[in-house]
Design a binder for this molecule. Structure first.
Ligand SMILES: [Fe+2]
Length: 103
């Protein structure tokens, strides 16, 4: 595990989220969606690595994975104007994992 965050970030193979040359709302949302998808992938990989080797650390990584998955759903819904299929919400803005994270 590297000592500095820059090296750690480079290990993720996620590209930096930069303003696209053709900075339309749609293109910006695509950049952000790609960033969230990469975060979801990275936290899945972290969980694969640490699962069973520390409950608190695993729970923290799992909580972050839930958050990143929700972010991915936001951008997908904004891009497609349809529910992402990640969650079944009762009300707009409801996060089904919020209850889980607060207990
Ligand atoms: Fe995120």
């Amino acid at each position: 595990m590297p000592n500095d965050i820059g090296t750690f970030v480079n290990m993720t193979s996620c590209v930096d989220a930069k303003l696209p040359k053709d900075a339309t709302i749609e293109n910006l949302l695509k950049v952000l969606l790609d960033a969230e998808r990469c975060a979801v992938r990275v936290y899945n990989e972290i969980l694969d690595y640490i699962w069973g080797n520390g409950y608190r650390t695993s729970n923290l990584a799992l909580a972050i994975l839930h958050e990143e998955t929700e972010h991915e759903a936001w951008f997908e819904e904004l891009l497609t104007d349809k529910p992402s299929g990640h969650f079944r919400r009762r009300i707009p803005g409801e996060n089904p994992f919020s209850k889980f994270l607060k207990t």
